[in-house]
Ligand binder design. Structure first.
Ligand code: PRX
Length: 652
């Protein structure tokens, strides 16, 4: 099979000289060390990088795989790792630089962060009665208080579950109930494109009826009027004034849970991905240091939202664990114009910039020449995450933003992996456009043939797997052990033993470089946001006129993938107004999930292509959505004629 060769860009020599990993020999040495002495390797870094209250006695207990314990016997606190340990050498260093939508700015030093988090922790502990192991849902805009809330939970041993602010009341309610959260931390709202938007009313809606939530803490950010429920809702701005600025950090077991983060899978119900303390924070810190190579005086900016794993690991935990300066931005990258990010890069002298391909495509399309208007010379490393990046967007990012001198780290990972697993190292790895390159040192990442478990050859497609457990691996699906095992360890075996399967397809090129080709399951990636087709279908089915529905992904110029729904309506007397019906369906989605799951296309089909056993043939629907010819045999379908009918309708 011919293997595509892509142009290669060598690391910038000057950069490599001072990089933490300087060349491929150093990379290989680390990878060999991990291969030969896996526990020695991880034990070494856990001792070197983490501040332990009590040292661990055993690196890894794998007897109960896939339930793995790391750093047994060790005690630590993630908030101490992220804050307290920096006070001696960095107390006046900026920990967080915040820029609001309207351009308001705030710099929070490590000492201030320490006080703010301690006060927040005292509030939760003393006023709200939050204890170790309690679940706290955080439904917040991109303001520093979101980071304080996460770290305050970590400090007192509460398990936080951040829910992205774009999720609807229904979606928030489901997550609150699944986690049995006792407290919700939110804000009145925030600002977007110079206008206030609201979050508190969504929380009010989510808490209607029976709820495990006893108390709601509201950060007053935009000052808009909100409803206060007596005995339940409290103003953060008021309560925080009375809190002491010191709060002892809870001694946490290495494997005590740190957070839950709900993500989409192949069923209608999102999974509460659980990450535990020591392993997660270790890899968050190590990847920050290696992949972004942030130096003491650098300023690092990741544009993600704290509601996603990227915001957890690469805005809050990773940067703070290594003592870096992390930028938090409330606004949208194209407001007031598509020069906003570049203006911020110039102003804050950003050294590492990390964003998603969707944002790069939007900035490219709407502001191709904007980067040239600003001084971007401070940039050293550019990152991308969340979805495959297409070569034209990559080229523009490399040339127009990076001035052809910055490494682009195409970081491949997922909610479940806690941190990057396949990525270039900016001082070492020769990069190729739109290619995640090689597994990071210590990660046993391999592309396997799902049938045989054999490592695939160059040019062959296979499943992206990790063949040994690693410290920041998902520890469980909240409340559902079976789902954890089945979702990740059921599909691929190597040498007869189950291995972690990411859900993504991938291939190697002739140099052994990995290119991720996308999900192999029913998960679609809309603007880098993971959406389960089953989740969207479950929402659409709530519309009273809908009899059947099938949802697939369709390539989208900006979003990467868009959502295409085939809907069969109950009434067979025709549709009165197609546009109105479409709006009504999207309205249900908005209510059940949120705007991020709105359909780009809805086709009212006379029926769905099903096998005689009733299985919907999504491959056919995917091909029709893409406008591709149907090549597979459809004669075995229950009603083959439906395919031609749908095809004709799609062409209209
Ligand atoms: O399909 C892969 C894609 O995003 C999925 C993970 O989504 P989520 O858990 O929401 O986390 C997103 C941020 C890490 C993966 O299964 N993905 C992530 N990074 C890349 C990617 N696809 C291609 N290239 C990447 N660099």
């Amino acid at each position: 099979m011919s293997v595509e060769t892509k142009p290669v860009f060598k690391p910038n020599r000057e950069f490599s000289k001072n990089a933490r990993i300087k060349n491929m020999c150093e990379y290989q040495d680390l990878q060999d060390w991990a291969t030969e002495d896996y526990e020695g390797y991880w034990g070494h870094f856990a001792k070197e990088k983490l501040t332990w209250m009590k040292p661990f006695t055993n690196v890894m207990d794998n007897q109960n795989f896939p339930f793995v314990n790391w750093f047994e016997g060790g005690k630590l606190n993630v908030a101490v790792q992220c804050i307290d340990r920096h006070l001696e050498s960095r107390k006046n260093k900026a920990a967080i630089i915040f820029e609001g939508d309207r351009g308001d700015k705030k710099i929070i030093t490590y000492l201030e962060l320490y006080y703010n988090v301690n006060q927040f922790a005292n509030l939760l502990k003393n006023d709200f009665g939050v204890k170790k192991g309690d679940r706290v849902v955080i439904y917040m805009p991109m303001i520093p208080e979101a980071a304080y809330a996460m770290l305050a939970c970590a400090r007192i041993g509460a398990i936080h579950s951040v829910v992205f602010g774009g999720f609807s009341a229904e979606a928030l309610k489901d997550r609150i109930e699944d986690a049995e959260a006792k407290v919700v931390i939110t804000a009145d709202g925030a600002f977007r494109k110079d206008k206030p938007y609201m979050l508190k009313p969504v929380v009010d809606e989510a808490l209607k009826g029976n709820t495990p939530v006893q108390k709601v803490l509201v950060v007053e950010r935009n000052g808009e009027d909100v409803t206060w429920v007596a005995g339940r809702d409290y103003s953060y701005n008021e309560l925080i004034k009375n809190q002491k600025v010191t709060c002892e950090a809870e001694e946490m077991d290495a494997e005590d849970p740190l957070f839950l983060l709900y993500t989409s899978g192949s069923t209608g119900k999102p999974k509460g991905v659980q990450h535990n303390s020591a392993g997660y924070i270790l890899w968050a810190q190590m990847t920050m240091e290696w992949v972004f190579d942030v130096k003491e005086n650098d300023t690092y900016w990741c544009t993600a939202d704290v509601g996603w794993i990227t915001g957890h690991t690469y805005i809050v935990y990773g940067p703070l664990a290594m003592g870096a300066t992390t930028v938090m931005f409330e606004g949208v990258p194209t407001y007031p114009d598509a020069g906003r990010p570049w203006k911020m890069v110039e102003e804050y002298k950003i050294n590492q910039f990390y964003t998603a391909p969707t944002a790069i495509r939007v900035l490219h399309k709407t502001g191709e020449n904007e980067p040239a208007k600003y001084d971007l010379s401070s940039l050293k490393v550019l990152g991308t995450v969340g979805e495959p990046i297409d070569p034209p967007a990559w080229k523009w990012y490399y040339e127009a933003v990076g001035g052809s001198k910055c490494a682009i780290v195409d970081t491949y990972w997922q909610t479940e992996t806690g941190g990057h697993i396949v990525s270039p190292l900016p001082g070492a790895t020769p990069i190729k456009p739109a290619c995640a390159t090689l597994p990071l040192p210590g990660i046993m990442g391999e592309i396997l043939d799902p049938e045989t478990g054999r490592k695939v050859g160059a040019g062959e497609s296979g499943y992206m797997c990790v063949t040994r457990p690693w410290p920041s691996m998902i520890r469980g699906v909240w409340g559902d052990k079976d789902r954890f095992v089945k979702s990740y360890f059921g599909d691929v075996k190597k040498d007869g033993k189950p291995v972690y399967f990411t859900g993504d397809g991938a291939n190697y090129d002739a140099d052994g470089y990995i290119t991720i080709t996308g999900r192999t399951d029913d998960v679609i990636n809309v603007s880098g946001h993971r959406m389960g087709t089953a989740e969207v279908e479950a929402a659409i089915k709530k519309h009273p006129n809908v009899a059947e529905v099938a949802v697939v992904g369709k390539p989208h110029e900006i979003k990467g993938e868009g959502i295409f729904a085939y809907v069969v309506l109950k009434a067979d007397d025709g549709i009165a107004d197609e546009l109105e019906e479409m709006k009504a369906i999207n309205k249900v989605i908005q209510k059940e999930i949120g705007n991020i799951a709105l359909c780009d296309d809805i086709l009212f089909a006379p029926g769905l292509p099903k096998t005689r056993s009733g299985k919907i043939m999504r491959r056919i629907l995917r091909a029709i959505a893409k406008g591709e010819a149907i090549t597979q045999d459809i004669s075995t379908l229950e009603d083959p004629s439906v395919v031609a009918k749908i095809e004709a309708m799609a062409k209209k």
